[in-house]
Design a protein around this ligand. Structure first.
Ligand SMILES: NC(=O)c1ccc[n+]([C@@H]2O[C@H](COP(=O)([O-])OP(=O)(O)OC[C@H]3O[C@@H](n4cnc5c(N)ncnc54)[C@H](OP(=O)(O)O)[C@@H]3O)[C@@H](O)[C@H]2O)c1
Length: 295
């Protein structure tokens, strides 16, 4: 907790307060942000641009991406933000994205695998297709981009990958069963890859935010927890942690970071059955067992 309070001011803010330019390794790099059209991905893109990075914005919603690119150009100047409109969950999505990067001569220094979706509600009572889509996006899309871009980074001996997981990764979550399982995959995969790439010059980090105030549950009756962090706070903190070469980030407000970290440790120490029951009870209290689609 004390450490969290000490860390409260971001690395960049403290450097700014000291009167010097922000030197946290983002200036002049090219960062590919998946899921940049809204929510946390949009906040990552804005924060990266603020720190001097050139951003490649990827999602399916073209108009939102173009609006964001214009906003970034207006606010931060510098090199234009690139827009790639693509469905990362489609069978040929990742290949098309990689071709697009090659055709435009874009070299990625930081891959920020942020795009993610997850359905809420009882597994058997909710449609299968969105859950399969969530696996394709959160797992398949992330793996494919990491495989191709990771190889290029290792060949150059620099750069990095940030995989956005979640505190949902640390325990089974009844009523968010398939979503939490995809995030457990991201956690395990990222830790293993970080070890494989140790010493290559390529830094790999997993980010585990708690609830964030985004439209993650839009279209359903599920709601984001009232203590949710603002996307901008989570984005800034993740980038600070990556700049410090942390292996793992629990981004958010200091109090939420401490709480989220403590909860993930509790989940690791208690019997798994107990953890699952408690999580199920908490999600029932949140009404997750009776989630429906909104008309
Ligand atoms: N919100 C939370 O409480 C929370 C907590 C912990 C972790 N997270 C994680 O944080 C990340 C961002 O979540 P968020 O809350 O910002 O969600 P969000 O507001 O729903 O945004 C999701 C982003 O992913 C993009 N996306 C969805 N399907 C896609 C596809 N098939 N291909 C390409 N892009 C796609 C969306 O853009 P288009 O629809 O335009 O494609 C959008 O930009 C996710 O990985 C999520 O699991 C969220």
């Amino acid at each position: 907790m004390l450490q969290d309070l000490k860390d409260h001011a971001s690395v960049a803010s403290r450097l700014e307060l000291l009167g010097g330019p922000v030197k946290d390794g983002y200036h002049g790099i090219t960062a590919l942000v998946t899921g940049a059209s809204k929510g946390l991905g949009r906040a990552y893109a804005v924060e990266l641009a603020r720190r001097g990075a050139r951003v490649i914005l990827l999602a399916r919603s073209e108009s939102d991406l173009r609006e964001l690119a214009a906003h970034i150009r207006e606010q931060h100047g510098g090199p234009d933000a690139e827009v790639i409109v693509a469905d990362l969950a489609a069978a040929d999505g990742p290949e098309r994205i990689l071709r697009e990067l090659r055709d435009r001569g874009l070299t990625v220094d930081l891959l920020l695998n942020n795009a993610g979706m997850g359905s809420a509600g009882p597994f058997l009572g909710r449609p299968l297709q969105p859950q399969l889509g969530s696996v394709a996006l959160n797992v398949g899309g992330l793996l494919a981009l990491t495989h191709a871009i990771g190889a290029e980074l290792v060949a150059r001996g620099s750069g990095g990958i940030v995989n956005v997981s979640s505190t949902a990764a640390f325990q089974p979550m009844p009523y968010q069963a398939s979503y939490a399982a995809t995030k457990a995959f991201v956690l395990s995969f990222t830790e293993a890859l970080a070890e494989e790439l140790r010493g290559t010059g390529v830094h790999v980090m997993a980010a585990h935010p708690g609830p964030i105030a985004t439209g993650f549950f839009d279209g359903t009756s599920a709601t984001i927890h009232s203590v949710a962090d603002a996307p901008a706070t989570v984005a800034a903190r993740t980038l600070d942690d990556y700049a410090r070469r942390r292996a793992v980030s629990y981004p958010g407000r200091p109090v939420m970071r401490a709480l989220n970290r403590a909860m993930t440790w509790t989940a690791r120490l208690l019997p798994r059955r107990t953890v699952t029951r408690v999580t199920g009870a908490m999600n029932r209290r949140q009404g997750m067992h009776e989630v429906v689609d909104l008309a």
